[in-house]
Ligand binder design. Structure first.
Ligand code: UDX
Length: 440
């Protein structure tokens, strides 16, 4: 099957490579020349385990290519919309301008029956709106269908999540469109991936609802962590006990600095904005609070840092972590960088180290100093904060670091450090969600 993938960010690049691995002829479209250049050489424009190999084998096989020219995609049977839908600059809703621009540029070029499939995360009702736009703009009688097929991939596990999905969601209006999507994903369906057939609106909602539930879970666990902190209870023991209940489960129960990234924060806000538009005003307050609790973890961390060192005196502060989560070099809405920037605004001289995201931190936060190693960051620091859950940080030797830090004060914002070990090395150890229990 001939397939186009419009937009080659985390979602589109991974999707295009996986479709090519599934035997289809795929053309990825983007406007960013740098990104296209890398992709044409079989290289992902971001850190994503396994993606380079998949892209290279697709490009080498001749089944995967990339272009900036929409005229080259008109022969495709299926067009996947994978462009970004960020938060609008002046509110909480999703900015659909790129999605609209792509559909409006594609529609007049279409001259054969095809299916336009949305994968981008969008407010419910977008598929219906796009159907109207396509009907208006595509040449009469072309026969263009619209379906929604949300993607649930996680950064850092994008290839695995795409090749071994826990579910495929086909939001379709007809058996024909359903059949077409089954053919697109034939290899995954054959290998037993569960398929949920539904209507496009429910498929759109499936994605934002999943992200809303994940966000709510993290904020709930962070509320519990605050209560633990205030009552000298142990949040790790608590989450272990909660997670043993099969109705609750133990995944996604890590307390700390809260969620960030290109999806959960903006999708939660867009969900609330859309719910309000639809008249669901009072109940959607729940999700607005989820967002507030999440932001609060960042403020709490800055306040804790301010209580431990006099930030106005310009101390050197080492921030270990820049990516929004471990396993990724993505710094979009990174809780670690939000804290780092706030500390700098209060007067600290902030030095950041991240195992993967250093270049992105330099690009997006030129005001922050970036170090190649954790040791370089900690050398001479009066305070150390661990703000991304990299396993490398858990493996750091507190005795070693204690020799080069100016003061032995550490804040574990992700509960990745072994507090006993750090205290034994004479560090004044603080962790979000933990009271003073165990402190010397
Ligand atoms: C998320 C969804 O998981 C994925 O299904 C969707 O397609 C896109 O958005 P991703 O943004 O890659 O994926 O990150 P995820 O692994 O969900 O983590 C999101 C944030 O939550 C990170 O900042 C992470 O550090 C934080 N997190 C995660 C916690 O604070 N606690 C946890 O227990 C889990």
């Amino acid at each position: 099957m001939q397939i186009s993938v419009l937009g080659t960010g985390y979602l589109g690049a991974t999707h295009a490579a996986c479709l090519a691995a599934g035997g289809h002829t795929v053309i990825g479209v983007d406007t960013d020349p740098l990104r296209l250049e890398l992709l044409r050489h079989g290289r992902a424009p971001f850190h994503e385990p396994g993606l380079d190999e998949l892209l290279r084998s697709g490009v080498d096989s001749g089944r995967l290519r990339f272009t900036d020219d929409l005229d080259e995609v008109v022969d495709a049977d299926v067009h996947f919309l994978c462009v970004g839908t960020p938060q609008v600059a002046d509110g909480d809703g999703a900015d659909l301008s790129v999605l609209h621009a792509v559909v409006e540029a594609l529609a007049p070029r279409l001259d054969k029956p095809c299916l336009v499939v949305g994968k981008s995360t969008v407010p419910v009702g977008t598929a219906a709106d796009l159907r109207g736009r396509l009907q208006r703009l595509a040449p009469a009688g072309t026969g263009v269908g619209v379906a929604w097929n949300p993607e649930f991939l996680r950064e850092g596990r994008a290839v695995r999540d795409s090749l071994e999905p826990d579910r495929l969601v086909f939001g379709v209006d007809s058996d024909l469109d359903n059949q077409l999507l089954r053919e697109v994903y034939a290899d995954l369906v054959r290998r037993g991936a569960p398929v949920f057939r539904t209507d496009p609106a429910t498929a759109e909602l499936a994605k934002v609802s999943a992200n809303a539930m994940l966000a709510a879970r993290i904020s709930l666990v962070n509320l519990l962590a605050e209560v633990c902190e205030a009552s000298d209870a142990d949040v790790s023991d608590l989450t272990a006990i909660l997670g043993a209940d099969p109705r609750i489960g133990s995944d996604f129960l890590s307390p700390g600095l809260g969620y960030g990234g290109g999806c959960l924060p903006k999708d939660t806000r867009a969900f609330v904005a859309r719910a309000r538009e639809l008249g669901v005003v009072e109940s959607s307050q729940l999700l607005a609070s989820v967002d507030d609790v999440n932001t609060r973890q960042r403020t709490r961390t800055v306040e804790l840092a301010g209580a431990l060192v006099d930030l106005t005196a310009g101390p050197r502060v080492a921030v270990l972590g820049g990516a929004f989560k471990a396993g990724s070099d993505d710094v979009r809405d990174s809780p670690a960088l939000a804290v780092a920037s706030a500390l700098r605004c209060r007067g600290a001289q902030v030095v950041v180290h991240d195992p993967q995201a250093g270049d992105n931190v330099r690009r997006t936060h030129p005001e922050l100093e970036v170090c190649a190693t954790a040791h370089d960051a900690v050398r001479g620091a009066e305070l150390v904060l661990v703000l991304t859950e990299w396993s490398e940080f858990a493996a750091l030797d507190p005795v070693d670091l204690g020799r080069i830090a100016a003061r032995r004060v550490v804040v574990d914002g992700r509960l990745v450090l072994d507090g006993d070990k750090w205290r034994a090395a004479d560090w004044d150890f603080h962790a979000l969600g933990r009271g003073t229990r165990g402190a010397a």
